[in-house]
Design a binder for this molecule. Structure first.
Ligand code: AMP
Length: 442
């Protein structure tokens, strides 16, 4: 199988590039510019500045119903990735879209899927995403088509939330599933979902799924989907395991490359093992040494408060969210972090659910989470698209069991790291390991 490389230069696609203005949210076919500056109650499609081409959606081969929905939500011109992907995707060509988050890639695959769905029964399209936030954004965009004459229905199967309501969504016989890998497999193993009618498969942010250790699950999912299907894969970069995935499971895919040159993607995991008494100084040293927008997770509210007070005294710009704070304060903290007025956001695990902020460069686990799944979700908040991100975790010897679970989930060890001024905790090798290495046994 050869990959047809179609390089699309900025020159070709960005002729007449324009910047659209900022709207706040688009929900179910209506645009809702925000006059008060208040965050909307339930943002359906978060709106960000996006570069569009001077082409129009009609020229891409989209049908009248879809064009009407696009006009309703205020999408006037396609972005470069949409202009390049949509015609080939409508024609049913397997394709690899190399593009970063924020390029408009969601519409690049949702619009062709909606157009190709037809009136069959059962789940006919499956979108696999690395994180629940990305899945929810995709589901929000699909929901715009539920109320249109196309009546496309979808369900979102993501981890970290109760499974019961997902059974109800499935009973309503959705056309499209938007999923994170672990939760989908949970459903297929229980027999609550069948993938045998899937005709359209999308693997979104494949490099991010690789970083988060989801490749084995993704491969299992792909083998459960009928081999006669249309497959689209989106990724900011093509590291070898993604290249192999594409070679193995796609049919002569067309490659549409709009990723910025030299973009490196990936999450760098770092583990700082210290004594319990050194956790605080380790956190402060890390916040000083790693620049950029940082999200800190603590287990206890008291630690979140302590950290904020110390950081404020050290002239760090910091906001906080935890369950003792009112909803109004939490929204304000999130907004100021999102807008870049605060570099650091300190959050307890529960309060942090649903945080959707672009461009977080550093996740600091002041406490390790209780499950590997939570670690992966936290890590998923950084290194979106082509960006690079660092996930630093502070652990003590008591955390070794969860460290092992995280390493199993990621498929590699968490690199041990040290920060200046803090004495690292030296791990003892296990008895078995020491026996194996003992010269007496050779
Ligand atoms: P995505 O990369 O799919 O997450 O999209 C990034 C942002 O651009 C989202 O807020 C979309 O709602 C918005 N967007 C995508 N395509 C267009 C378009 N053609 N015109 C205006 N906004 C768009």
């Amino acid at each position: 199988m050869t990959l047809d490389r179609r390089e699309t230069t900025d020159q070709q696609t960005l002729t007449g590039v324009r910047r659209i203005g900022m709207m706040t949210t688009v929900a179910n076919g209506t645009s809702a510019p925000n006059k008060t500056g208040e965050p909307p109650a339930e943002p359906a499609i978060p709106q960000h500045h996006v570069e569009t081409t001077d082409r129009d959606f009609r020229s891409l081969g989209l049908n009248a119903e879809i064009l009407e929905v696009l006009a309703g939500i205020g999408f006037e011109h396609p972005t470069p990735i949409q202009a390049d992907v949509i015609p080939d995707a409508i024609a049913g060509k397997d394709l690899i879209g190399l593009a970063e988050t924020g390029s408009g890639k969601t519409a690049a695959f949702v619009l062709p899927i909606v157009q190709r769905l037809g009136r069959g029964k059962g789940v006919r399209a499956l979108v696999v995403c690395p994180t629940r936030e990305i899945a929810l954004q995709t589901k929000a965009f699909l929901d715009v088509f539920r109320k249109s004459p196309l009546q496309v229905t979808s369900a979102c199967l993501i981890g970290g939330v109760k499974i019961g309501p997902q059974f109800d969504q499935l009973r309503r016989d959705p056309d499209v599933l938007v999923v994170t890998p672990g939760r989908l497999l949970d459903h297929t193993e229980r027999g609550t979902v069948s993938l045998r009618n899937v005709e359209e498969l999308v693997l979104d942010e494949a490099d991010h799924m690789l970083d988060l250790g989801f490749m084995p699950q993704v491969r299992r999912i792909v083998t459960q989907v009928p081999s006669k299907r249309h497959t689209m894969l989106f990724s900011a970069t093509m590291p070898p395991p993604i290249e192999r995935l594409a070679q193995r499971y796609m049919d002569d895919p067309l490659r549409i490359d709009l990723a910025p040159r030299g973009a490196a993607s990936g999450i760098e995991h770092r583990l700082y093992l210290v004594d319990e008494k050194d956790k605080k100084s380790c956190a402060l040293a890390l916040l000083d040494s790693v620049p950029g927008s940082t999200l800190v997770f603590t287990k206890r509210r008291s630690d979140a408060e302590w950290l904020c007070r110390v950081l404020e005294r050290g002239r760090h710009s910091v906001a906080r969210i935890h369950s003792d704070r009112s909803q109004k304060h939490r929204v304000a903290a999130l907004e100021s972090f999102r807008a870049g007025r605060h570099r650091i956001l300190v959050a307890t695990n529960i309060a942090a659910r649903g945080i959707d902020v672009q461009g977080i460069e550093h996740i600091l686990n002041y406490d390790l989470p209780d499950t590997a799944e939570d670690y992966i979700h936290r890590a998923g908040r950084t290194a979106r698209g082509a960006a690079e991100g660092v996930v630093s975790s502070i652990g003590t010897w008591l955390d070794k069991p969860i460290v092992r679970q995280i390493e199993l989930a990621l498929g590699h060890p968490l690199p041990r790291s040290e920060v200046e001024g803090v004495t690292p905790y030296r791990e003892m090798r296990s008895l078995n390991e020491r026996r194996r290495r003992s010269p007496l046994r050779r």
